[in-house]
Design a protein around this ligand. Sequence first.
Ligand SMILES: [Fe+2]
Length: 308
Amino acid sequence: MTTVRIDPPGLTTTRAPFIEEAQQQGQLYIAQPYELYSPANHDAWRRLYARMREPWARYANPRFLQGLDTLQLAPDRVPRLEEVNQFMEPRTGFRTKAVSGYVPAFLFFDRLRNREFPTTITIRDGASLDYLPEPDIFHDIAGHVPMHTDQAFAETLVRFGDCAHLAAEIVAGIDDEAEQLRRVDSMVRAMARFFWFTIEFGLMRVPGQGLRVYGSGLLSSFGEIAHSLESPAVQRYPFQLEWVINQSFEIHHYQPLLFYVESFEQLFEQVGELEAWMRAGKLDHVAPGEPALNELDLKSFLQGATDG
Ligand SMILES: [Fe+2]
């Protein structure tokens, strides 16, 4: 006699009925239905976490490693967002907020301004731990959230939110709809590039250690974290605002160009500079190219302007 084992659907990326239902009902902000995680989901987390320990110890910024300690993430099961928040909120006021899927750009930055981090709750299929075009809870919680325990880093995220509000205010003052869209497209492209080359793929020069990783895209990638610091195929330059806002990027392969900062205080100042440039109209004509912004992202800014 053979027995057929049927895995429960669980909360696997792109195959979670709970998420599909929430999306169909238009619910963006949801609860984390913890009991729905399947044994295979917890096992995927355990394996992802276990194999990152050594590269984290070698390549991660010390603030990230302190953040991991602070959050006390369980190595062997998917974390509960409530538990993460208990450890994080007393440090910087940041909380994770479960979402059912893509959060349009203005709403995303607006959440950051309110010290909330929209967090994906599904986890990648254990059969393919490496490549995943969508964010998942490992990227969001193990890659992003430990940095949110650092004060200067947390303030940097909040300042991004201020920038988004400034962009919305600026376009609200423009009468012509085509010009509104063109301007918001340019300003948001500049913000998205800045975010990509810092929060997602940033490097930092650490005294006595050399270059270390703080970007979450690198911290959650087993293959790319070592590549980012060791490979001769990667160009690594000091962060330069005028370069970064005009630099396109592609998401589906290892990054050939990375930028490093000296501290999170510097990063915070640079977002302030971004905001000043936006106010001065210096982000109104950034170079074309990736990322391509979708209509939802752009409309979210026009809507944000209406909502104040
Ligand atoms: Fe991310």
